[in-house]
Ligand binder design. Structure first.
Ligand code: DGL
Length: 276
């Protein structure tokens, strides 16, 4: 069946994946999107790869079975690091992750080959960024730092607070010694903290938003494969599910996404755990 008019599916452990959705919507304004944020089980960063694979499979199967999505974007670095090959293998739709695009964008942005990475513990430990970067530039020097607190600043909606901004800047002071010229925001929650992150590492460091790089690769992919939604099929829709409380999710999402026809929905965990 021709799926071009079906929605793009996106998934994350919580709010962060909306940074990918926002970037994708800007590039693909005619596409419908269905997003699942697994806020009830956030964070994924400290969880075992097996657990992250299990949750990612549940969400992917929900998006395929209930929404018949045409492509899945894993809008989460931790889930990409753990579950990308599994999902590519078991789904019969294209599945793209965020790490490939982030690594590529960082290598092309860096002049010195000294690249910083901030991400979750799971992503840093997986070494996937390091591997992808070294496949493109074997001499690159990657300095990676896990920043689990940054995820919580976003999930708890304290990312605008002055104390948060100060804490972010302090955490990043260690990158001064590493003399990086490029820093990968290797967690999709981090673009909400861009200003503080930029202050923390200084003006000379280029920030690479892995999610935005992925949105751009996704748009190129859909164009190249002839998978763009046909015009004249009505307005695109945006269904945003959270496994957590809708009110917190909606407050942060509205702040980040701005006005739009966002349809917020609660997704009970029971409907995910029955998925496979
Ligand atoms: N947004 C996620 C990522 O890109 C993970 C945050 C978490 O659940 O720890 O890695």
């Amino acid at each position: 069946m021709d799926k071009v008019n079906h929605a793009i599916g996106l998934m994350d452990s919580g709010i962060g994946g909306l940074t990918v959705l926002k970037a994708a919507k800007a590039l693909l304004p005619d596409e419908s999107m269905v997003f699942v944020g697994d806020n009830a089980r956030n964070p994924y960063g400290p969880k075992s790869p097996e657990e992250v694979i299990d949750y990612s499979r549940q969400i992917a199967h929900f998006l395929v079975k209930e929404h018949d999505i045409k492509v899945l974007a894993i809008a989460c670095n931790t889930a990409t690091a753990c579950a990308l090959p599994v999902l590519q293998d078991e789904l019969d739709i294209p599945v793209i992750g965020v790490i490939d695009s982030g690594a590529k964008a960082a290598v092309s942005a860096s002049k010195s080959g000294r690249i910083g990475l901030i991400a979750t513990e799971g992503t840093v430990k997986s070494d996937k960024y390091q591997e992808d970067i070294h496949a493109l530039d074997k001499d690159a020097v990657v300095t990676a730092q896990a920043e689990p607190d940054f995820v919580q600043y976003v999930e708890k909606n304290t990312y605008h607070d002055a104390e948060t901004k100060k804490a972010v800047e302090e955490h990043l002071a260690s990158f001064k010694d590493a003399q990086i010229d490029t820093l990968i925001l290797g967690c999709t929650h981090f673009p909400l903290l861009t200003e503080a992150i930029a202050n923390g590492v200084g003006d000379d460091v280029t920030l690479v938003d892995a999610g935005a790089a992925t949105a751009s690769d996704l748009a190129d992919y859909l164009k190249a494969e002839g998978l763009l939604r046909k015009k004249g099929d009505g307005k695109p829709s945006y269904q945003l599910y959270t496994t957590g409380p809708v009110v917190t999710f909606e407050a942060i999402a509205n702040d980040w996404l701005g006005d739009g026809d966002w349809q917020y929905k609660h997704l009970p965990l029971e409907s995910l755990t029955n998925m496979d």
